[in-house]
Design a protein around this ligand. Structure first.
Ligand code: DGY
Length: 323
């Protein structure tokens, strides 16, 4: 019997690429140039499984291509807003993701951005790199203390809870959260967390607001001009979730007008073409979507995809099926 044909859309950690090659007839992407819409359609027509990432837009148009061979789209990523899951369902295509393995690393980046924004670290680093550091002085780059402050989390899933642990136990921070559902009472008690009934309540009571909701039509521009006005002038906004949860234009206006003190962003609308307005600001720390970018995590993500397609080709239910 011939091996299932697999198409991997981007370059992966080589140890996982080798494992895939041992088991399947694999088409790798050695150049790492994102595939075009036409190439993605062709992939669905010629492979049994498509293994995309957050950078591949698997739209309804792509999914509805005629003469499909693929039966599974196994995403390399926990977020799957790059895939039109509803269209996949209609077409009988299974979709899987990679939960759990990137929880801590993404929460680390959220904490990093929180600290960078509070302590004006990006500004300081730019000052040195631009050879503009005049030397230490008492009023230079004075930021805000983090220890003991209030962290408001929007969304309270795995990554938010991991950040809450780091913030509460590492920095004695008070934890607020706003989410459609609450986790087990034991988790709330352990973190001494308080659930806010409204978004406004969380925004107005937090020194730091960190976003941890999925990118869906319901969360598109959840943080808009009105929300930014509800935050404290001393507050910071942290986004490691999805860029379009925040209205970029409104955020740039808020940062320029000092409605809020700063922001730390790892994700953006229309990546990698970020709004040039962000580049003109001094009170923002910008990272290029680094949440899951550690060797251990990227290997674990690849292995999670492998487990999902192995289960599928063995006639079993993939562990991380989302649709
Ligand atoms: C994800 O997994 O959703 C990240 O955004 C990329 O690792």
């Amino acid at each position: 019997m011939s091996k299932p044909k697999i198409i991997v859309t981007r370059k992966w950690p080589s140890s996982v690429e080798r494992q895939l090659q041992d088991l399947y007839d694999v088409q790798l992407n050695k150049t790492d140039i994102p595939m075009t819409e036409a190439e993605l359609k062709h992939a669905l027509q010629t492979a049994d499984a498509l293994l995309p990432t957050v950078t591949d837009k698997i739209t309804a148009d792509v999914i509805n291509v005629a003469n499909k061979r693929a039966k599974i789209i196994a995403n390399f990523g926990v977020g799957y807003n790059n895939i039109d899951v509803a269209a996949a369902k209609v077409q009988g295509l299974i979709v899987t993701n990679t939960p759990h393995v990137l929880t801590d690393c993404t929460a680390d980046i959220a904490m990093l951005l929180l600290l960078m924004s509070a302590r004006r670290a990006a500004e300081g680093s730019r000052m040195i790199q631009n050879q503009q550091w005049p030397g230490w002085c008492p009023t230079q780059l004075v930021g805000q203390k983090v220890t003991g402050k209030t962290l408001g989390l929007i969304g309270f899933g795995r990554i938010a809870q991991a950040m809450a642990k780091k913030a509460h136990f590492g920095f004695a921070m008070n934890i607020l959260f706003y989410a459609p559902s609450a986790p087990a009472q034991e988790i709330i008690d352990n973190l001494k967390a308080t659930r806010c009934e409204t978004l406004e309540e969380l925004l107005s009571a937090s020194d730091f607001v960190s976003l941890h909701c999925p990118g869906t039509p319901a969360t598109h521009h959840l943080i808009n001009e009105q929300c930014l006005k509800q935050m404290r002038p001393s507050a910071h906004l942290i986004n490691t979730a999805r860029g379009d949860v925040v209205d970029s234009k409104a955020l740039i206006k808020a940062l320029k007008g000092r409605w809020i003190a700063g922001a730390g962003l790892d994700v953006f609308e229309n990546e990698p073409n970020i709004d040039p307005g962000f580049l003109e600001l001094d009170n923002v720390a910008l990272l290029p979507h680094l949440g899951s970018a550690t060797e251990e995590t990227r290997v674990a993500m690849g292995e999670r995809v492998l487990q999902n397609i192995k289960a599928f080709f063995a006639g079993q239910e993939p562990g991380d099926r989302v649709s």
